[in-house]
Write a protein that binds this ligand. Structure first.
Ligand code: 2P0
Length: 324
């Protein structure tokens, strides 16, 4: 019983920042993302009664015991849904370096949810797959779909109304995302730990909650009406607000480094020069710059000139789940 699935990474336009339930990965707020064409995880899962334990091979190497435990925990849910108790071999490959500043947990758990359920004989629709992927890593629920995606936070305690939904197909509005790598050093505070500390200790977190729903609604409206300037200004301010909450945490922390600021300044100066470009930053120092396809080369060239930029990757909206 074997199946292989592929899912693409996504970047948040309106950030998921904070959980209302940690074990069910239920978010405090709605979020919005773009699934990227360039970066994906391909995962093959084979269940067999012959296996005494699960095995997880990541990029052709046996995973650490910590990673293995997370995968087994996730497969336990899949086993629970199917009524079968077989163990599995999981082979997962990213087509991007894990340390290159891209969230691999989103594409990773989306691909695993799809491959594992298919391999064990379950036939889940996208809504159920999104809910399942969420239980591996919150942002993974959005990688089930291509294009522009929202994750509705839901209200229920059991999380049955917390899943992602498509907002717009990628082909409906082609935008460019220049992903700017300023460092490949792993961050010291994971997003999981960072959001938990912020929710528990930052006096600025209530400000985040007070304003994020309006950002979400306005950004969705900008997407639907293809209003790039409106979309850009909202996503930039939403990212800044998320990062501001970390400064108020106890102990405080900051995901940026000096190169992050250099990129922010360059994006602002591009705008002063008449090129519409807007930045967003996830839980790390690397920056994603959103622009329109007509400007993508100019934006990329100007960012690559910055001395502390290591690389840039040009992305566009990409597809949802595929089975191979
Ligand atoms: C996002 N981030 O919306 C936000 C913006 C980081 C900043 O989703 O604990 O790896 O596994 O649910 O999904 C990163 O958090 O966290 C993230 P868990 P996840 O993309």
């Amino acid at each position: 019983m074997k199946a292989t699935a592929r899912a693409h990474t996504n970047i948040a336009l309106i950030k998921y920042w904070g959980k209302r339930d940690e074990s069910l990965f239920l978010p405090m707020n709605n979020s919005l993302s773009i699934t990227l064409d360039k970066f994906h995880t391909t995962t093959a899962v084979e269940f067999c009664p012959c296996l005494p334990v699960d095995l997880f091979i990541m990029n052709n190497q046996l995973a650490s015991s910590t990673e293995m435990a997370k995968i087994t925990h996730f497969l336990d849910r899949v086993r629970g849904m199917s009524g079968k108790s077989w163990h599995a071999v999981v082979h997962s490959t990213n087509n991007f370096p894990t340390a290159a500043g891209f969230a691999s947990s989103a594409s990773g758990y989306a691909a695993l949810a799809a491959a594992a359920t298919k391999a064990i004989g379950l036939d889940l629709g996208n809504k159920a797959l999104s809910q399942l992927a969420r239980l591996g890593s919150g942002s993974a629920c959005r990688s089930i779909y291509g294009g522009y995606v929202e994750w509705q936070k839901g209200e229920k305690k059991d999380g049955t109304d917390s899943f992602a939904k498509p907002v717009l197909e990628g082909g409906d509005w082609d935008l460019s995302i220049v992903s700017v790598l300023v460092t490949d050093t792993p961050k010291t505070i994971s997003s999981r730990e960072g959001m938990k500390r912020t929710v528990e200790t930052s006096p600025f977190y209530s400000g985040w909650l007070d304003s994020v729903e309006a950002d979400f609604l306005h950004a969705k409206e900008a997407l639907i009406y293809h209003d790039f300037e409106l979309l850009g200004s909202i996503i930039e301010s939403n990212a800044l607000k998320m990062h501001a909450t970390t400064l108020g945490a106890n102990p405080p922390f900051m995901y940026w480094n000096r190169a992050t600021l250099d990129v922010i300044k360059e994006v602002q100066s591009l705008r002063s020069g008449g090129i519409q470009a807007y930045f967003t930053i996830d839980a790390g120092p690397n920056v994603k710059v959103l622009c329109q396809p007509k400007d993508e080369q100019a934006v990329r060239e100007s960012l690559e000139k910055l001395p502390n930029v290591q690389n840039t990757y040009l992305c566009h909206p990409g597809p949802g789940l595929t089975y191979l």
